[in-house]
Design a binder for this molecule. Structure first.
Ligand SMILES: [Zn+2]
Length: 75
């Protein structure tokens, strides 16, 4: 598998639209999401806050929890 620098790679979409929209909003605020094996990993603009977004979330609460993690970022 070839992994180059992450900046020029287009992020694959999340299969769940709710999560895709959440990541899009965060990206507008400077977050960067990287696709990993079973999840997306998000990093805030300062690179200090990390969120992990599962590809197959177990419950609807996961969405709200990840959203509040993102909102809590002070950067
Ligand atoms: Zn942050």
């Amino acid at each position: 598998m070839l992994l180059g620098g992450c900046a020029s790679v287009v992020r694959p979409r999340h299969q769940k639209n709710d999560y895709e929209q959440m990541m899009k909003r965060a990206e507008k605020n400077g977050w960067v999401f990287e696709r990993k094996a079973k999840k997306f990993q998000g990093r805030c603009p300062a690179g200090r806050c990390l969120v992990t977004i599962p590809l197959t979330p177990s419950s609807q609460r996961t969405l709200a929890n990840r959203q509040s993690d993102i909102d809590r970022c002070p950067h």
